[in-house]
Design a binder for this molecule. Structure first.
Ligand code: ADP
Ligand code: MG
Length: 893
C-alpha cells in the first residue's frame, strides 16, 4: 500500500499508527455504526467475508479502499475471520464523542487471534488451543512445546528431539495458532521444522524475539505461577519447554489483558491459569495426524461434521467439561496398564451401580462449565449471573458426593473424586451475597441480597422510597387540580415530569413550570418534583457505584480460589467422562477388554463402534468379526473384492485398540489387547481423493515415515498402498514394504490389498498370514458376507462389483468374456506362478499377450489397451459409462 502521511486526515493518521504496530493483523476501526478496514485489509476482508469494497474519499488523489461491517453484528464477522486464521485488532472510540474536543480518542480494545479468541458462541466442547514452540540453540533439534487454552486455563508443556514427534504433538493438541520466535524465521537450523509446520497447515505467528527469549519467558512464568512453582519444574522440563510455556503465557496476557477495553474490570488477570502441567509426549499411544483423520476420531471425512466420528458416537458426557476431557482421552490413549485398569474399574463400578450413575449424571447436568466460567471471572468478563451459576453449580456437589459413595468403594479414581474439596466456603460467600436470580447487568435490578451491605441497603431504600414519594405526589396533585388523568412520569432525557393532556390544560396550577410540549399535551415540573428527582438519581448513581464495588470484591473472592475451583472442575469432568463411558458400554453391550503388556491383539466378535450404531439406525445388522494378531501372525494380508469390508475391519481394529487404551470398554464379545505404542494408518492414494492430496509422492513419503518410526509394539494399518502408481510398480512397492515390515520392523500389521499376488508372501515369510473378507457368488451376483476368514481369495470379483454399480448388462457380459480369456492366458503363461511368485522366486514376470493376437485390428487394439489401463476403482459409474461410450464410438459400432 502506498500511504501519503502528509495528506492523510487525522483519523487516518490515528489508524496508520495502530497499523504500524500490528502490521500483520487486520485492523478494524470503529467509525459511526461500522467497523472499517482500509487498504489491503479492506480488500482482504471484502473477499473473505464477501463484503462490498468501497473507497473513502480523500482530499486529493484516488480514494482509499475501504470495507466495513456493522458494529452490532461484528462478533459474527470477527469469529469468522479468526476461524480463517486471521488476527484481528479492534480499535474503538474510548471517549464519548459528545464530550470529545477535536478528534475522538481511539485505542486498541481487543486483539483476537486464532489461538486465544474466547468466542462466546464457540462450540462448548471445542478447546481453542494456543501453542508455542521453542528450540534449543544448536544444529540438532531439541524442542519444547507448550499448549494453552485461554478459556479454561489448561496449560501444558512437553519436549522432544524428533521432528515427527513434534508435528504429531502439534496436531494432537489441535493447535489453532503456533507461536515461534521471530528469530527462527531466518534461522537455517529451524527451516525443516517450519517447513513441516507449514505443510501440516499450522497457523504460525511470529512473536518478537525479545518476548520469546528464555529470560523473558521465564519472567512471565514466574510472574504468573510463582518462583517456587517454576523452580519445581526445572528438573522436569528442559529450558526450551519452559521458554515455550512462557512465550505462550506472555502472548495470552498481551492479547487478552493489555488493551484498553472499556468493559474490562480493573484487576483482571489470567488467574485461572494456575499451573503448568509437564508431560512426556511418549506417555501416550501415539496417533499421528494421518491416523486421527483416517480413523475419523473427531471429524468425518467429506462433510466434516461429528456424525460418523468416534467422538460423535461415544460422547455421552453431560457437561462440556467432560466433553473436552473425552476428546483428550481419545487423542491420548494411555500406555500404562495400571492406569488403564483404574479407569476400567471406574467404568465397571458405574455399571454396577446404575441408580448412583443416574443420580450423579442428573446432578452433573445442573453443573455449568466451571472452567470457562472461572476464565470469565478472572479475566474480568463475568457478570452477576455467572457468579450465581457458580453458586448453583457448587450447590450440586454435596448430593453428588453422597451418590458417589457406593461406586467409590470399588474404584480408586472415584474414591479420589469423592474426596475432593467441595469449596463450601466460596459457595457460602456467594449464597450470602447474591439474590436468587440476579440480573445480568449491575444497576438494572437486584443483584445483592438484603442485609449484605448496610450502605447498599440504605441507598436502595432511598431510591425506592423516593419512588413512593413520587406516587404520593401524583395522588396529591390529582386531588389538588381535579385532573384525573394527571401522571408523574419519567424518561431518560427529561427525567421526571407531570404530564397533562390537552383537554386539561386549563386546570394547570400557576406553580407548574413548563418543561416540554408534546403532541398530546404538555409536560411540567414543580420545585418539589425537582428536589426528589435529584435525590433519586443521586441515590441510583451511588447505588450503582456501591454495587460495582461489592461485585469486584466478590469476583476477588472467587478469583482468589481459582486453583481450588479449577481442581474441582477437573475432577467433575473426569467423573462425567467415566460415567459417560459406562453409559455407552452398558447401552451397547461392550465388554471390558484385558489390556496388558502382552504381544497379542485378540478380538472376538469385534464391531466397528461407529458403524454398528449407524447400521442399527439403518436396520441393517453389523456383522461382527474376530481378529487375531500376535507372535506367529504379525502381518495379515487382507484380500477381498472392493466393498467387501476390508477397510472397515482394519479401522475397527484400530478403534478397539484406542478405546481399550483409553480405559473404555470395547465393542466386542471379548478382547485381549497387548499394549500398542504407536498406531499408524496409511491409505493408498486413490482412496484418499476427498482430501485433495492424492499424489503418489505423499503416499510414499508417509509410508517411509511409518517404516522409520514404527516399532515392534506398533500397530500398522496399510490400506491399498502402492495404488497410486502403475500395477507392477505398485505391486513391487507393496511387496517390498511388507517384507521390510516383516523382517525389520516387526510391527503387528494389517495390509489390505487388491494385489492377490501379495498373498504368496506367506509362503516365504513365517509370520505372514492371509485372510480375506468373504463373499458368495449367487446367480452370477455377489453377496457380501462381511466375514473375515483365513486364507487368500484369488478373485477380485471386479466384474460383479461393476455390475452392482450399474454397468450395462452387455458390457458386463463382454467383461466376463475378456476376464475368462485373461485367466486362460495366465494359466498358459506358467501354471500358477503369478507375478507374486515370480517376484518372490526371482523368475521373470509372465507376459500377458491376450490383446496382441492377429485377429485384433489396430483400432481395436488401442481400445483394448485403454480398457486394460482403466482403474475401475477410481471411476464413478457415470465416468465409466462415458468412457465406454467413447470406446464404442472408436470401434465404429
Ligand atoms: P473395502 O475396503 O473392502 O472396499 P469397506 O470396508 O469400505 O470395503 O466396506 C464397504 C461398506 O460395507 C462399508 O461402507 C460398510 O457400510 C459395509 N460394511 C463393511 N463391513 C461391514 C460389516 N462387518 N457389517 C456390515 N456392513 C459392513
Ligand atoms: Mg477399502
Amino acid at each position: 500500500m502506498t500511504v501519503d502521511l502528509e495528506t492523510a486526515t487525522p483519523m487516518m493518521r490515528q489508524y496508520l499508527g495502530v497499523k504500524a504496530e500490528h502490521p500483520t493483523s487486520i485492523v478494524l476501526v470503529r467509525m459511526g455504526d461500522f467497523y472499517e478496514a482500509f487498504y489491503d485489509d479492506a480488500k482482504a476482508i471484502a473477499s473473505l467475508l464477501d463484503l462490498t469494497l468501497t473507497a473513502r474519499a480523500k482530499e486529493k488523489g484516488e480514494g482509499i479502499p475501504m470495507a466495513g461491517v456493522p458494529h452490532h453484528a461484528v462478533d459474527g464477522y470477527l469469529s469468522r475471520l479468526v476461524q480463517l486464521g486471521k488476527t484481528v485488532v479492534l480499535v474503538d472510540q474510548v471517549e464519548d464523542p459528545r464530550k470529545a474536543r477535536g478528534l475522538v480518542r481511539r485505542e486498541v480494545t481487543r486483539i483476537l487471534t486464532p489461538g486465544t479468541f474466547v468466542d462466546p458462541d464457540a462450540p462448548p466442547r471445542d478447546a481453542r488451543t494456543l501453542a508455542a514452540i521453542a528450540r534449543a540453540p544448536g544444529k540438532k533439534l531439541s524442542w519444547g512445546l507448550a499448549s494453552l487454552d485461554v478459556a479454561t486455563g489448561a496449560f501444558r508443556a512437553t519436549h522432544g528431539d524428533a521432528i515427527d514427534a513434534l508435528i504429531d504433538e502439534v496436531a494432537r493438541v489441535d493447535a489453532r495458532e503456533v507461536l515461534l520466535a521471530a528469530s527462527l524465521e531466518t534461522d537455517e537450523a529451524a527451516k525443516p521444522m517450519i517447513a513441516r509446520l507449514i505443510e501440516a497447515r499450522a497457523i504460525v505467528t511470529y512473536v518478537p524475539s525479545a518476548d520469546a527469549s528464555p529470560d523473558a519467558a521465564r519472567a512471565a512464568l514466574v510472574a504468573r505461577l510463582g518462583a517456587e512453582e517454576v523452580a519445581a519444574l526445572d528438573p522436569v522440563l528442559p529450558k526450551e519447554a519452559l521458554t515455550a510455556a512462557g512465550t505462550a503465557l506472555a502472548f495470552a496476557e498481551r492479547t487478552q489483558l493489555a488493551p484498553a477495553s472499556l468493559e474490562r474490570a480493573a484487576g483482571a488477570t489470567l488467574g485461572h491459569i494456575a499451573e503448568l502441567q509437564p508431560y512426556a509426549a511418549g506417555e501416550a499411544l501415539i496417533l499421528d495426524q494421518e491416523a486421527r483423520l483416517h480413523l475419523e476420531l473427531f471429524r468425518a471425512a467429506g462433510a466434516g461434521g461429528k456424525r460418523g466420528t468416534l467422538i460423535g458416537s461415544i460422547d455421552e458426557a453431560v457437561t462440556s467439561m467432560g466433553g473436552r476431557v473425552l476428546i483428550e482421552w481419545i487423542a491420548r490413549p494411555l500406555i500404562d496398564p495400571v492406569r488403564i485398569a483404574e479407569r476400567q474399574d471406574a467404568v465397571a463400578a458405574w455399571i454396577a451401580h446404575p441408580s448412583a450413575l443416574d443420580a450423579v449424571r442428573a446432578s452433573l447436568r445442573e453443573v455449568h462449565d466451571l472452567e470457562r466460567l472461572l476464565g470469565r471471572v478472572v479475566m474480568g468478563r463475568s457478570n452477576p449471573r455467572d457468579l450465581a451459576a457458580l453458586r448453583d453449580s457448587l450447590g450440586r456437589i454435596p448430593d453428588m458426593m453422597l451418590a458417589l459413595a457406593e461406586p467409590a468403594a470399588r474404584s480408586k479414581i472415584l474414591a479420589r473424586i469423592a474426596a475432593i474439596d467441595p469449596i463450601e466456603d466460596v459457595r457460602a460467600s456467594l449464597l450470602r451475597a447474591l439474590v436468587e436470580a440476579p440480573t445480568t447487568e449491575l444497576g438494572e435490578g437486584r443483584v445483592f441480597a438484603t442485609g449484605l451491605d448496610i450502605e447498599l441497603d440504605r441507598l436502595i431504600d432511598l431510591a425506592e422510597r423516593g419512588k413512593e414519594v413520587l406516587l404520593e405526589i401524583e395522588r396529591r396533585e390529582r386531588e389538588r387540580t381535579g385532573i384525573g388523568s394527571l401522571k408523574v412520569r419519567y424518561n431518560r432525557v427529561f427525567g421526571y415530569f407531570i404530564e397533562i393532556t390537552k383537554s386539561n390544560l386549563k386546570s394547570v396550577p400557576t406553580d407548574y413550570i413548563r418543561k416540554q410540549t408534546t403532541a398530546g399535551g404538555e409536560r411540567y415540573y414543580t420545585e418539589e418534583l425537582k428536589t426528589y428527582e435529584e435525590q433519586i438519581s443521586s441515590a441510583d448513581e451511588l447505588r450503582l457505584a456501591r454495587e460495582r464495588e461489592l461485585y469486584l470484591k466478590l469476583v476477588g473472592v472467587v478469583s482468589g480460589q481459582a486453583d481450588r475451583i479449577h481442581a474441582l472442575a477437573q475432577a467433575l469432568a473426569e467423573l462425567d467422562v467415566l460415567a459417560a463411558l459406562a453409559v455407552v458400554a452398558e447401552r451397547r453391550g461392550w465388554c471390558r477388554p484385558v489390556v496388558d503388556d502382552g504381544d497379542v491383539i485378540d478380538v472376538k466378535d469385534g464391531r466397528h463402534p461407529v458403524l454398528e450404531a449407524l447400521s442399527a439406525e439403518l436396520g441393517e445388522p453389523f456383522v461382527p468379526n474376530d481378529v487375531w494378531l500376535g507372535k506367529d501372525a504379525r502381518l495379515m494380508i487382507v484380500t477381498g473384492p472392493n466393498m467387501a469390508g476390508k477397510s472397515t475391519i482394519m479401522r475397527q481394529t484400530a478403534l478397539i485398540v484406542i478405546l481399550a487404551q483409553m480405559g473404555a470398554f470395547v465393542p466386542a464379545r471379548e478382547a485381549h489387547i497387548g499394549l500398542v505404542d504407536r498406531l499408524f494408518t496409511r491409505v493408498g492414494a486413490s482412496d484418499d481423493l476427498s482430501r485433495g492430496r492424492s499424489t503418489f509422492m505423499v503416499e510414499m513419503a508417509e509410508t517411509a515415515r511409518i517404516l522409520r518410526s514404527a516399532t515392534a509394539r506398533s500397530l500398522l494399518l496399510l490400506d491399498e498402498i502402492g495404488r497410486g502408481t502403475s500395477t507392477f510398480d505398485g505391486l513391487a512397492i507393496a511387496w517390498a514394504v511388507a517384507e521390510h515390515i516383516h523382517d525389520v520392523v516387526g510391527a503387528k500389521t494389517m495390509f489390505a490389498t487388491h494385489y492377490h499376488e501379495l498373498t504368496e508372501l506367506s509362503r516365504e515369510k513365517p509370520k505372514v498370514v492371509n485372510a480375506h473378507v468373504a463373499v458368495r457368488e449367487w446367480n452370477e451376483q455377489i453377496v457380501f458376507l462381511r466375514k473375515l476368514l483365513p486364507g487368500p481369495t484369488n478373485r477380485s470379483y471386479g466384474v460383479q462389483v461393476a455390475r452392482l454399480a450399474g454397468l450395462p448388462a452387455k458390457v458386463v457380459a463382454r467383461a466376463r468374456a475378456v476376464l475368462a480369456a485373461l485367466e486362460a492366458q495366465d494359466l498358459k503363461a506358467g501354471d500358477r506362478s503369478g507375478v507374486g511368485a515370480s517376484l518372490g522366486g526371482g523368475k521373470t514376470a509372465p507376459q500377458l499377450h491376450l490383446f496382441g493376437g492377429p485377429s485384433t485390428s489396430a483400432g481395436e487394439k488401442k481400445v483394448l489397451e485403454e480398457l486394460r489401463a482403466l482403474v475401475i476403482d477410481d471411476m464413478s459409474p457415470r465416468q465409466a459409462l462415458a468412457r465406454l461410450a467413447e470406446m464404442q464410438a472408436a470401434l465404429g459400432e
